[in-house]
Design a protein. Structure first.
Length: 544
């Protein structure tokens, strides 16, 4: 059963007549009988929790003055203070009768960021509590300890079935519970690291979802010391009006133990299609169009959309994966509709006139070009353009054309092979043609060879750099992110994962800061210098 509790609002109703204050803090005690309290004027009041709200601790402090400063303390089994916050908190307004759900030793519950300009009209779905990036929520998972430990110890076992777990999400005003979810290790390359990504699937048969999302991913940023690159990529896609998944940072605990600081993102499944492309309409899966995921996880093969034959059997299902059948395919030939698109691409002569009109009737060219602009600007070496990886194609049944959907943006903003990506965009496109069997015709034929579509690409590229992808606009937002998540990054780096298999980059809080401003081991540019480089170089390219 799923239920939502909003402690702050309940407390406001219950205590307003008494002018008392309800204090709420999220924290994990050191022992089973340990607890938390709130200290006001050096007097400690114990807080309590329940099975339905742990690790949220609350108490109505009779006679408390909302204007009084307070701090949370950790208590041992006998109620003695064993740790306390070094800073003094204050309630935002003297009229408040409750605090938000705060987190022990985290001074800032909310953050504000310098706004990014909306370069092109926004197409993002309605705001959701799931992706409120002005705060850092806590996800509390409980699973059989032995079963979970075995899963973590064997992350490369991609055939392993998901394990059962309970799920709790706590942010500033909400506790969101799901009695049973399916939990498994997520990702491909991230499985090779000690810090793992997780996939959480809710039981739709029991009407359990996460704010209408049946599947979420907790991405580890295991090879990215700033935790910012992927979030910044999504910010930019939003700013230029490209459809994409949304994201927010969360703390993750499993069986009362810290698991890590992760990025919560939505999985691209049929509910994502309904919310992002169909305004949340209650369409059945068969009423939606066909959906395909492309990847390059098979050595020597990439999802390049090169036509290799008329049958589904001509395509490796690990490279081209059908995620929703749609009405134009059969179970025997799930690739039929997409194969027809690839055949059109093979037969297309890019030197012909009216290329934009021709392709707009088959593809949302605007969405595709914006996605490619962002792949190029961020040096996304693990994306569609360079590696035939990390993207979906969706056939929009109402528009009767295909839409490109980008995903997984960790290897970006200089986090990659700069010899490949730190080059002019035309060289970047031409290099596909030089790679035997690795041409990406959607890029080479449209962006590189068709003059009309190339002109549109350059227009979007230039506008994006001028209005958003430049240091003047981006650096203040990066600085705000850095300040807000610094404590979370330090906490994540302090966690002991020595018993886990896999690689450990051994990042530190020093690496966190340095990778924003300059090179660190394995990453040649910092995030800010990379943006400056592209913002300076692109206008030079477009003048030639």
């Amino acid at each position: 059963m799923r239920f939502i509790i909003i402690p702050g609002l309940l407390a406001l109703v219950a205590s307003s007549a008494l002018a008392d204050v309800v204090y709420n803090v999220v924290g994990y005690p050191d022992t089973e009988k340990g607890a938390f309290g709130v200290m006001i004027n050096n007097k400690v009041t114990a807080l309590t929790t329940t099975e339905a709200t742990f690790p949220l601790w609350s108490a109505n402090v009779v006679g408390a003055n909302p204007s009084s400063g307070y701090r949370y303390v950790k208590l041992n089994d006998t109620g003695d203070v064993i740790d306390k916050e070094k800073f003094l908190r204050r309630i935002a307004t003297n009229k408040a009768r409750n605090t938000p759900n705060e987190f022990f030793k985290r001074q800032n519950t909310f953050a504000t960021y310098p706004a990014l300009p909306q370069v092109y009209p926004s197409v993002r779905p309605k705001t959701s509590k799931a992706f409120d990036d002005t705060q850092i929520a806590t996800i509390h998972l409980t699973a059989d300890p032995a079963v979970f430990a075995d899963m973590v110890a064997n992350p490369l076992d991609t055939e392993r079935k998901a394990i059962k777990a309970s799920f709790r999400f706590i942010n500033a005003d909400t506790v969101y519970n799901a009695a049973e979810v399916k939990l498994k290790v997520s990702g491909h390359g991230s499985r090779k690291f000690k810090k793992l990504s997780l996939r959480v699937k809710f039981d739709e048969d029991k009407n359990e979802t996460f704010f209408d999302r049946p599947i979420i991913k907790l991405r580890s940023s295991s090879s990215e010391p700033t935790f910012i690159r992927e979030k910044l990529y999504i910010d930019n896609l939003n700013a230029i009006g490209a459809r994409t998944t949304q994201a927010a940072w969360v703390r993750v605990y499993v069986n009362n133990k810290p698991f890590g600081f992760h990025l919560l993102v939505e999985d691209i499944e049929t509910p994502f299609l309904r919310g992002t492309f169909h305004d949340g309409a209650a369409l059945k899966d068969k009423e939606l169009g066909s959906l395909y995921q492309m990847g390059s996880h098979v050595i020597g093969q990439e999802g390049t959309m090169i036509y290799t034959g008329p049958l589904t059997a001509n395509y490796n299902p690990e490279v081209y994966s059908n995620k929703n059948l749609g009405s134009a395919n059969t179970k025997e030939e799930p690739m039929a509709q997409f194969i027809a698109f690839m055949k059109d691409l093979q037969e297309y002569d890019p030197t012909l006139a009216n290329g934009l009109k021709f392709w707009n009737s088959r593809l949302d060219v605007n969405q595709f070009l914006k996605s490619m602009v962002m792949e190029y600007l961020t040096g996304a070496w693990d994306g569609s353009w360079w590696k035939g990886n990390n993207y979906f194609m969706y056939f929009h049944p109402t528009e009767a054309r295909w839409t490109f959907i980008p995903t997984d943006f960790d290897s970006t903003f200089s986090d990659g092979n700069l010899a490949d990506v730190a080059v002019p965009y035309k060289q970047f496109a031409a290099s596909r043609l030089r790679r035997q069997g690795k041409d990406h015709p959607l890029v080479s034929k449209l962006i590189f060879k068709n003059k009309e579509i190339n002109k549109e690409f350059e227009k979007i590229l230039g506008t994006t750099v001028k209005q958003v992808f430049n240091p003047t606009v981006m650096n203040p937002r990066i600085a705000a992110y850095e300040k807000f998540i610094e404590a979370e990054a330090a906490w994540d780096f302090s966690l002991d994962r020595s018993k886990n298999p896999g690689k450990d980059p051994k990042y530190t809080i020093d690496t966190f800061h340095k990778s924003l401003t300059g090179p660190v081991t394995g990453i040649t540019y910092g995030v800010k210098p990379w943006i400056s480089y592209r913002a300076t170089d692109v206008p030079k390219q477009l003048k030639k």
